[in-house]
Design a binder for this molecule. Structure first.
Ligand SMILES: O=C(O)c1cc(=O)[nH]c(=O)n1[C@@H]1O[C@H](COP(=O)(O)O)[C@@H](O)[C@H]1O
Length: 301
């Protein structure tokens, strides 16, 4: 089964398009985990990140189709953080969640192949060492930097999400530039659609997905039409201000074809007043679950 087929099936099975972003930050961890850390020792922080993310996975398994570990927060800890990232991905694999590793990688073709080999594919027999089902990828180096990823996607039933229109305020600096009568993000969308053409599943989706931010609802409508064969990864919901109304256009007629990411608003829900937890924050997982259910409901409504 291809990546797109699997992700759409998981969306329909769970009745959810929520993607839970795993972006751990030491200072925002719930008390019991913060207190388990000795000093600022990186291996101790990494152990807390592993426990935090694995318990989030246990709390949301069955409620959502996928999780998105953000590699940056693990890399920040050095080698111990990378071990933690590997453990978190494996735990999500075992919990039956689709894993989109957020690394925003890319390079010249031959190096891109190494990134693709490293990250893409969770299924035996040709499982990648990181074991993620998909990876976020930058298009900045051009078509021949994306093709190696797509070839590995073909071999390992994996997917990529190409940065098309990002959620950050400064993204337009390059993405909105006009060249030959179209913007850079529109040109990237055309390339994404082209790469999918010979690779469509029965529902018309290919392995090349696209990132389009919830913070640009008009462009989201435009990009849904421009990339009918791409699963959209829509970040920027919640903490960055994106609302359910802003992302409604991302989903197809079946309510699939897109996932909406929220990181801080779900994983640090113990800090939100509406999800009050005990003073010792020992039941922080209840807040994670409640915030996930709330987001699912908002996106259905
Ligand atoms: O590729 C991404 O996931 C991504 C693309 C983008 O345009 N904007 C964006 O915020 N992201 C990521 O999505 C997550 C958003 O986190 P929250 O703002 O806490 O929900 C972070 O891991 C970002 O790196």
């Amino acid at each position: 089964m291809t990546f797109a087929t699997q992700l759409n099936a998981a969306i329909l099975r769970t009745g959810s398009v929520t993607c839970v972003g795993l972006d751990p930050r030491l200072e925002q961890l719930p008390k019991p985990l913060r207190e388990s850390v000795s000093g600022d020792r990186k291996d101790s922080v990494a152990a807390a990140y592993t426990q935090f993310c694995c318990e989030i996975i246990d709390a949301v398994a069955g409620l959502v189709p996928c999780v998105k570990p953000q590699a940056a927060f693990f890399e920040q800890l050095g080698p111990a953080g990378m071990v933690s990232l590997g453990e978190v991905i494996s735990h999500a694999n075992r919990a039956g969640l689709i894993v989109i590793t957020d690394g925003k990688r890319n390079d010249i073709g031959s190096t891109a192949t190494a990134y693709a080999d490293a990250y893409l594919g969770s299924a035996e027999p040709d499982r990648s060492p990181w074991g993620s089902d998909a990876l976020t990828v930058s298009p900045y180096l051009g078509r021949d930097s994306l093709e190696p990823f797509v070839e590995v996607c073909d071999r390992r039933a994996a997917g990529i999400f190409v940065l098309v229109k990002t959620s950050n305020p400064g993204g337009g600096y390059l993405q909105d530039l006009s060249v030959d009568g179209k913007t850079v993000y529109q040109s990237v969308a055309e390339l994404v659609t082209e790469l999918n053409q010979t690779r469509l599943d029965a529902d018309g989706y290919g392995p090349v997905g696209a990132v389009v931010g919830a913070t640009y609802p008009e462009q989201l409508v435009e990009m849904r039409k421009a990339m009918p064969n791409s699963i959209l990864l829509v970040p920027g919901f919640g903490a960055q201000g994106g609302s359910a109304d802003d992302v409604r256009a991302a989903m197809d007629a079946n309510g699939a074809g897109a996932v909406v990411n929220s990181s801080r608003h779900i994983i640090f829900a113990h800090k939100r007043e509406e999800f009050s937890v005990k003073a010792d924050e020992s039941n922080w997982q209840d807040a994670v679950r409640a915030a996930t259910v709330q987001m699912n409901e908002q996106l259905k409504g």
